[in-house]
Design a protein around this ligand. Structure first.
Ligand code: HEC
Length: 195
């Protein structure tokens, strides 16, 4: 073999290996950030943190009420819509709908949010920062009104950044459901500002 040709072949091989090597590393880095390990962790966390208890509407099953997973994490159903506040009976604090997605208590009436990636009615336009900030500060979208009970953000705020990022990454991957959740209603006494 011609010596110059042999050297050229070695250089070319090195270049190809370098390019494939870098390409592989770059793809690996992307995978690590938004890939299955993080999403799987998020799926696990969403399951054990009980998000489905309130954010997936309940239906009546053979053994009693259970989350309707065909509407997974889509929040208070728009078909049920906004509801009038009710006063809990003596000795009780709050009332919930059969879907376990709307709650009437001293804080007013709260409706669980649509956590699916639907652009207009879910978390579609939310950024990871907004999500983490909402959970950590207990403020709607991370900046405005307080997030009301029974959303357990005072407990969830203790989660690590990695865990909250994993939860958000997983929520990005679930099927989007178009479901417009009614706005939170403050207690009548608080909204009345007539002087
Ligand atoms: C015990 C019931 C309950 C559980 C469990 C629950 N939530 Fe909520 N969540 C609510 C209610 C009620 C609201 C609406 C509160 C309001 O509008 O003031 C809400 C609102 C939210 C919001 C919207 C916050 C905002 O900016 O308006 C997000 C995001 C959210 N929940 C995420 C989660 C995640 C993720 C989990 C599981 C890790 C979870 N929730 C578990 C009841 C619950």
């Amino acid at each position: 073999m011609n010596k110059a040709f042999a050297i050229a072949a070695i250089v070319l091989t090195a270049a190809v290996v370098t390019v494939i090597g870098f390409g592989g590393a770059a793809r690996g880095a992307v995978r690590e950030k938004s890939g299955s390990a993080q999403v799987e962790r998020g799926a696990y966390l969403v399951t054990i943190m009980g998000c489905n208890d309130c954010h997936t509407p309940w239906k009546m099953g053979a053994a009693g009420p259970e989350p309707d997973m065909t509407r997974m994490l889509s929040g208070h159903p728009e078909q049920v819509g906004p509801l009038a506040a009710v006063t809990a009976p003596e000795g009780w604090t709050w009332s919930a709908t059969p879907t376990n997605t709307a709650f009437s208590g001293p804080w007013g009436v709260s409706y669980t949010a649509n956590l699916t990636p639907d652009r207009n009615t879910g978390l579609g336009i939310w950024t990871e920062d907004m999500f983490i900030s909402a959970i950590r500060t207990g403020r709607h979208m991370g900046v405005s009104r307080p997030i009301n009970p029974p959303m357990p953000w005072p407990m969830y705020r203790k989660a690590t950044d990695d865990d909250l990022k994993a939860v958000f990454a997983y929520l990005r991957t679930i099927p989007p459901v178009t479901n417009h959740v009614p706005d939170y209603q403050p207690p009548a006494a608080v909204t009345t500002d007539a002087r």
